[in-house]
Design a protein around this ligand. Sequence first.
Ligand SMILES: [Fe+2]
Ligand SMILES: [Fe+2]
Length: 356
Amino acid sequence: MTTESKKGMFQDEFSESKMSNTEIINKRRVINGYDDGLMQVSPLKHPWAYDLFEKMIKNNWVPQEVSMQADVDMWKSDSELTPQEREVYQRSLAFVSNLDGLQTNNLACNIIRHITSPEVTLAVVRQTYEEALHVQSYATMIEALSLEPEEVYGLYRSDQNLYEKNQEVLKATSKIASPTFETGTFEHDQMFLEACVGNIILEGIYFYSAFLIFYVLKRNNKMPGSAEMIQFINRDEDMHLRLFIHITNAIKEEQPELWTEAFQQRIRDNVKASVELEYSWGASCLADGILGLTPDKLREYLQFTGDNRLQAIGLEKEWNSENPFPWIDQFTQGNMIEVNFFEGTVREYQTGSLEW
Ligand SMILES: [Fe+2]
Ligand SMILES: [Fe+2]
């Protein structure tokens, strides 16, 4: 790539022959573009990024708005939750809290500095803030239920399955984590693109299976506050997923040479490995199943989700599995205010409401 791929070109630009604004916008690319570092977002080259940025702002919410009282009462009671339900809840909370912590750092340290489209930077910065909000949400849940932080954040130190899973997730993000890593060569650009798909896997496969656990509990009238918190988080993650699908597809379009047959196979293998990894983790949580959620159904759901992610980036389906939990749509899609999903918690303003 050219030397123009460096961010912060402002200092080199004072000359009679400097580019016009139109030329600057035309040269704009998600990575390896011209970027003076001054965030000139009008006009836009990547309108989808600005659109998502605005949607994310409209989805504003804070974890303090969610009532955890019913969950506190259930958690304290001896009869409301089985020991296995408690274990599944706590392990799921441990995993999502680890994932969001990791993702906050991944975006801030590994991703943003390579983006050369200011509107895409805006969206990823907003995403990073939302990941921090999720970190705060889990802390709110841990504190409300008086859980031992070591048994949630530190569970991976005593739970081998979780340790191995975290390791794998970290491996996917660590390829571009070196502070000396730069985009601008074929190999490095492929690594960056692979990391973008890593984000799709993280946002769109790993999180989705953990969310499922909270929704299964809620569907059985267990831990409703936690499920509401997760719905807010899920709505955010859905935006993040869309953002990285756009980022991936835009890089593919701008640098089609990266999308080789061998690279497509690598991406497919990564998606397949993540579905398997998530399955083994889920199966270790579920044993024979809880509340109708069995390992077999979980596998089908993960495959269905994996197929969706493959298709979103222009690859063929791998499994052709059906969604065994069609009811999940009521938690993840549509206007939940209209269907009066949260009895008694309807809010009259968009901020902090679950209107998608
Ligand atoms: Fe998150
Ligand atoms: Fe996210």
